[in-house]
Write a new protein. Structure first.
Length: 292
């Protein structure tokens, strides 16, 4: 069986960051394949991940938990035949719930050793009312409280308490036996997705799933802005910082004035990240805006 981990969590919570900062170093001697599913027509995370992982398969547009189900299964088969990985990491889109992904993986002979939900502590309030976010928490057995650098210590305890309550309520249960999918969770607090190796080395058992969420919606709109001319980075940063509240996330690959390489731009909930060079990118310059 091919061991697999599913990385779930809301838009901008830090899933790709976790794959870049944590998972890679723990498996430096293994053939690791990554499947990444992003909302939006053009993948950004895939390009960034290719800087660190040799085998990255992107599934842009649509969501692997619903509309892209068969494409996802095809992608797993393709990656296994072509690359014969020793480990598979799947980053789901921020709008996906993990259960159907777990089922697909299991039906294709992968052992799902962990479902890791990355929680954006700085924006926890904004999405705690969202059913997708609750199912993401309930369907996971490892919770990563990320971005703890942006919240006060006292608030973290309250977030952790609330996560445990949500997890208890939203765990899927086997409808025959009434047994919940997971009997315990582990909670880690971190910044930039840095996790100890133990997160990826435990074997987590997963009984057969019966109850799947039905009231899960995809509410985010997105639009793509194509940039014809190279842009001035400071001006771009200023514009990003002054976006209207309903724009919750901006990602893109942009050519800059006075800089030799295209860069990946990442903005979430008011924060602009340091741009990352994408040296071998020769596609168009664009920004993808995701709106609430
Ligand atoms: N301040 C802070 N920013 C973070 C942390 N983790 C991730 N980020 C930033 O949050 C943004 C979204 O991260 P990303 O990994 O792309 O999120 P994803 O959409 O879940 O894959 C990026 O700009 C990251 O650099 C953290 O612990 N603290
Ligand atoms: Mg991502």
């Amino acid at each position: 069986m091919l061991p697999a981990f599913v990385i779930t969590g809301f838009l901008g919570s830090g899933k790709t960051t976790l794959l870049l900062n944590s998972a890679r170093e723990h498996f430096s001697n293994k053939r690791v394949a990554v499947i990444v599913n992003e909302l939006g027509e053009v993948g950004v995370d895939g390009k960034v991940l290719k800087n660190s992982y040799s085998e990255v398969l992107e599934l842009p547009e649509g969501c692997i938990c619903c509309s892209l189900h068969s494409e996802f299964e095809k992608a797993i088969e393709e990656i296994r035949n072509k690359y014969d990985p020793e480990l598979l990491l799947v980053e789901t889109s921020g709008g996906a719930v993990p259960f159907p992904v777990v089922i697909s993986l299991q039906s294709l002979g992968c052992s799902v050793d962990g479902v890791i939900c990355v929680v954006d502590c700085a924006n926890f309030k904004r999405y705690q009312e969202d059913s997708t976010a609750r199912y993401q928490i309930g369907g996971s057995n490892v919770i990563v409280l990320n971005k703890v650098d942006l919240v006060e210590e006292s608030k973290l305890d309250a977030i952790e308490k609330e996560i445990r309550e949500i997890w208890n309520l939203y765990r899927p249960v086997n409808s025959f036996t009434g047994e919940p999918l997971y009997t315990k969770i582990r909670i880690y607090k971190t910044v930039y997705g840095k996790l100890p190796k133990e997160v990826f080395s435990g074997a987590y058992t997963m009984p057969e799933l019966k109850n799947l969420p039905t009231d899960h919606e995809h509410k985010h709109n997105h639009k793509v802005i194509n940039l014809i001319e190279p842009v001035d980075y400071e001006e771009l940063e200023r514009k990003l910082k002054n976006l209207p509240e309903n724009v919750i996330r901006v990602k893109g690959i942009v050519r800059l004035k006075h800089y030799p390489f295209p860069v990946a731009v990442n903005y979430s909930f008011g924060y602009v990240d340091n741009p990352i060079e994408i040296k071998d990118y020769d596609g168009p310059s664009f920004l993808l805006l995701i709106e609430n």
